[in-house]
Design a protein around this ligand. Structure first.
Ligand SMILES: Nc1ncnc2c1ncn2[C@@H]1O[C@H](COP(=O)(O)OP(=O)(O)OP(=O)(O)O)[C@@H](O)[C@H]1O
Ligand SMILES: [Mg+2]
Length: 346
């Protein structure tokens, strides 16, 4: 029998507009959703208070969390380097890091690892691909300070765009014959959009675009002469104002689609590989008509996906209706919680 002392982990996604949390508990047959919370974040100052309320109400069983960072304080680089041991790699990166990141090395927390990208691109036999991630220390310290004040115990600090890929791997099990498909995961948040291109369970390419649902709210406010709160309400529930909404956001949606498409084109040219489908998540992707606009812009199947997949839900401790309503927003939180599965064999 496989005995684990800690069986539950909360994936905690503190976004710019909402905090999302999913607790997964590993039982005999695999992970079960045993806790869930979603709370709008009126301003960054309200993070601690909002988090504390979410934790009281979410039916969680543990204080252990996996959380993530994102935004301009995080740098992700894919490098090609000579093959070397992990220790040598760390040394080499340390001495050359100012070539790759625009921050002072003293001000960042860094991690690097060899990156298996499923045989992508041309590599000489003595070369390897390396993933380098750096985050401003102050950003991580502030996040850890809030978690400590909320009585949480952080186990993992990840990056949003990688958590997105991990959610897909956890929730979506593809038949073997579909393994060669390249899926573009596109998670539209309030202030940014994560793009992660995956094939056969491996991430091939990631990018964060600094544009999201907030730009649509701003466009509605400016074009229709509304206050921010009114514009947000119209965006989320347009009702009879559907056509006015569509006109007001057309330019903002077009800008975002163009930025995402440029990432796709870069990837396809660089690696001579096509993207088969686009899978949408994030609160911003719930914008009425966005999936149609994106599918026209990308010229390939573009659909929302369910990051909770076929994971069982413990109805006794989870507000299933609220989870269903927010399911599109939960991808990153699911991917973070899934980091608790260290005994995964496949
Ligand atoms: N029904 C809806 N229609 C349109 N937009 C929506 C809807 N529901 C939520 N949104 C938008 O989704 C965004 C919030 O999504 P999400 O929680 O994924 O972002 P976030 O994590 O807070 O932001 P970020 O990741 O950029 O920091 C907001 O811009 C919000 O207005
Ligand atoms: Mg987010």
């Amino acid at each position: 029998m496989h005995l684990r002392r800690h069986k539950s982990l909360i994936g905690l996604d503190i976004g710019t507009s909402a905090i999302k949390a999913v607790e997964l508990t590993w039982q005999g047959s695999g992970p079960v959703i045993t806790g869930f919370g979603h709370a709008a974040l009126p301003s960054p100052d309200a993070t601690l208070e909002t988090l504390q309320r979410l934790l009281r109400e979410g039916g969680f069983h543990t204080r252990r969390v996996a959380t993530s960072v994102s935004g301009k304080a995080v740098i992700v680089r894919y490098l090609t380097m000579m093959r070397m041991t992990p220790d040598d790699l760390r040394n080499a990166i340390h001495y050359e890091v100012d070539k790759y990141i625009p921050f002072d090395v003293e001000d960042v927390v860094m991690d690097c690892q060899p990156f298996e990208a499923g045989g992508l691109g041309d590599l000489a036999t003595n070369e390897m691909r390396v993933l380098l991630v750096a985050c401003k220390r102050a950003v991580i310290d502030e996040q850890l300070r809030i978690l400590a004040l909320a009585g949480l115990s952080p186990e993992v600090v990840d990056v949003d765009v990688f958590a997105l890929g991990n959610a897909f791997e956890t929730a979506v099990r593809r038949p073997a014959e579909a393994g060669a498909r390249v899926s573009a995961l596109v998670d539209v948040g309030a202030s940014k959009t994560c793009v992660n291109l995956v094939r056969a369970g491996a991430s091939l390419f990631t990018r964060e675009i600094h544009n999201g649902g907030e730009a649509c709210t701003n466009a509605i406010a400016v074009r229709l002469g509304l206050k921010r709160g009114e514009a947000e309400a119209l965006k989320v529930r347009p009702g009879e104002d559907y056509e006015r909404l569509r006109q007001a956001v057309a330019g903002a949606v077009d800008d975002l689609a163009t930025e995402v498409r440029l990432s796709f084109e870069y990837f396809e040219n660089q690696f001579d590989l096509g993207i088969d489908e686009v899978l949408l998540s994030g609160g911003g992707a719930r914008l009425a008509g966005l999936d149609q606009d994106f599918s026209r812009a990308f010229q390939r199947p573009t659909l929302p996906w369910d990051p909770t997949g076929d994971l069982p839900i413990a109805a006794g401790s989870v507000d299933v209706e609220a989870l269903r309503e927010h399911v599109a927003d939960m991808a990153i939180a699911v991917g973070l919680a899934a980091r608790g599965n260290r005994s995964r064999s496949a």
